[in-house]
Structures are given as structure tokens and as C-alpha cells.
Design a protein around this ligand. Sequence first.
Ligand SMILES: C[S@@+](CC[C@H](N)C(=O)[O-])C[C@H]1O[C@@H](n2cnc3c(N)ncnc32)[C@H](O)[C@@H]1O
Length: 201
Amino acid sequence: MLLGEYLEMLPSRKGDFLKEHGFSTADVPGSQGTTMSLAISPEMGQFLYNLTLMRRPARILELGSSYGVSTLYFASALQRIGQGQLIASELDASKCARLKHHLQITEVQHLVAVWEGDVFDLFNKLEGHFDMVFMDTWSNLYLDLFQQLEPFLKPGSVVITDNMYTAPDEVRDFKQYLDGNPIFSSTTLDFESGVEFTVMI
Ligand SMILES: C[S@@+](CC[C@H](N)C(=O)[O-])C[C@H]1O[C@@H](n2cnc3c(N)ncnc32)[C@H](O)[C@@H]1O
């Protein structure tokens, strides 16, 4: 892959570039036979970290935790402010095992409850409201997920959604839903792979 070309590209063009080169947004094997990392970048991690310091959330929900790179940025911010809890969710059992291991070795497991399974099943078991939500599953799920999530949001809740540029066709219905819904204020931040920043009014 023309990595240099990719890195220099405007965030909004990266999705087309990936598609042209035959990459999908799902996990794909890398050239060494290992799974290509779909984890957030350090810059995105720092963004989530700072947002957590700013919002000082009592409860965070993460949809699509994989091995826990994003989870660790949230947990580390909660540790720093000395308050708050995170629910991390992941469908893949082997990823969940790695996620739990990472939480253990970084000694933040007391801040994070791990939900192993399909997030759509998790919604039946959730109670209360979340101050912050990070959506980072496969992007074709975003609209359905968001609609299930709505009862768990309250005015001032912040929802961050990754990969808005990676698969523009798959997120179009989600973006249209947000833009047409007066109880949300939402904008796509033009950095990384396109980060949707949504606030419930
Ligand atoms: C882009 S990766 C998440 C990366 C992670 N946030 C990080 O920064 O390390 C997307 C993850 O969502 C998970 N996923 C996809 N559909 C899901 C579902 N219905 N329920 C739970 N997890 C799901 C995938 O297994 C995958 O690990």
C-alpha cells in the first residue's frame, strides 16, 4: 500500500483511497498474516482523553472496543480525574480476552466493565444514562446502533463516532438522521478518518 500517499491525504479522501485499493472497513489480514490493526491513532486517543478530562463523565459507553486501545485512553483519563466508570463492549471473544488482559496489566480493570457479545443484546440489559459514548463498530451499524442508544442519552451527552470518511456510503443514512434531528447538534470533524461529534441538546 502507498502508505506515504495515504498519510498525506485529506481525511475526507481516505475512504475512497482504501476502497480503490480493495480494503474493507472490517478486519482484514495484514501482509504478515496478522490482523490489520483497526485501533485508533495516538492523536485520536489524545482527543478522547482530553474530551474525558473536559466532560468529567460519570459513565462512558464504548461500542466496539477490540483489543482496548481506545478503552485505555478513556480509562486513563478516568483514573486521572478520579471518578467515572466505563462499559466497554466487543463481539469477538478472542479480542475480549486481549482487552481484559490489557486492562489488567495497566491496572485499570476496576474502572472498566467488559461486555462480551453483540452490542445490540447489551442494550436490553443497560440502565440509566451515559455522559459520553464512543461508537467504533463496523460503520454500517451506526444508524441502528444510534437509534437503540438514544434512550440512554440525556441533554449534554456527547457521542463520538469514528470512521465517518472511511465508508461514506455506509454512514450516509446515519449522518442524514443526525442532521435532520433537532434534538442533536452534530458536526463531522475533518481529522483522522472523520470523527462525528454529536451532542444531545
Ligand atoms: C474498529 S474496531 C474497534 C477499535 C477500538 N475502538 C480501538 O481503538 O482499539 C471495531 C470493533 O467492533 C467490533 N464489533 C463489530 N460489530 C460489533 C457488534 N455488533 N457488537 C460488538 N462489537 C462489534 C469488532 O469486532 C471490532 O473489534
